[in-house]
Ligand binder design. Structure first.
Ligand SMILES: [Zn+2]
Ligand SMILES: [Zn+2]
Length: 220
């Protein structure tokens, strides 16, 4: 029995929603339920899973569109980093800007902190505060019996990084977060970004044009 990790695009902007299920206890964590609640529920039902935590890499509307119905159905707590609280309060503005419906309300706890952990059976998510895309952006390093996987939200993408021109964005902080908290992970670590295809830490170290090496040949 191995840990189930399923990732699929959900919601109006195709945010990567991931479900992680511990095979022994059937406890599950859902990361970024961006929308399409029936699809998320179906994936959880297929796995026979019981959701114990709903966590968010950050508080942009496209990452939490299905949190309300998922919480109502599963009865699980939902979590963000408290530095993103203003974004939660600005959800009506986010909805208006994108022209998408306002998500159902949920009970959002601002208790994800750097160095903290979220557990579901044998699965342990280490919380890494990686501000820059938003002030409360976090990445999760999921440790399972089969190995570790990083969920980097809109902080690090395959060959790109998150935009920093939205509310609370900070380009210098984002690059510092990626270098200090993500590129320091084992190079073999698979990375599931907030949108688009997966990658690895080693690949991004080598090939991400936004993360040129710090050392190396210099002119003069
Ligand atoms: Zn975002
Ligand atoms: Zn996003």
């Amino acid at each position: 029995m191995t840990t189930v990790i399923e990732t699929f695009p959900a919601g109006p902007l195709g945010c990567n929603c991931s479900i992680l299920v511990d095979p022994a206890s059937k406890s599950a964590v859902v990361i970024d339920p961006g929308g399409d609640f029936p699809t998320i529920r179906a994936a959880l039902e297929r796995a026979g899973a019981r959701v114990v935590s709903i966590v968010h890499t950050h508080t942009h509307i496209d990452h939490l569109g299905a949190t309300g119905p998922l919480q109502a159905w599963a009865g699980a707590a939902a979590h963000i980093h408290e530095d993103d609280r203003p974004l939660y309060e600005m959800l009506p503005v986010q909805a208006a800007l994108l022209g998408i419906p306002l998500p159902d309300p949920c009970d959002m706890e601002g208790d994800l902190v750097d160095g903290g952990t979220v557990t579901a059976g044998a699965i342990e998510l280490a919380v890494l505060h990686t501000p820059g895309h938003t002030p409360g952006s976090v990445s999760f390093l999921a440790r399972t019996p089969e190995g570790a996987v990083a969920f980097t939200g809109d902080t690090l993408f395959r060959r790109s990084v998150g935009r920093t021109d939205l509310w609370g964005g900070d380009g210098a902080k984002l690059i510092r977060s990626v270098r200090q908290k993500l590129l320091t992970l084992d190079e073999a670590t698979p990375v599931v970004p907030g949108h688009g295809p997966s990658t690895t830490i080693g690949e991004e170290k080598l090939r991400n044009p936004y993360l040129r090496p710090l050392s190396g040949p210099r002119p003069g």
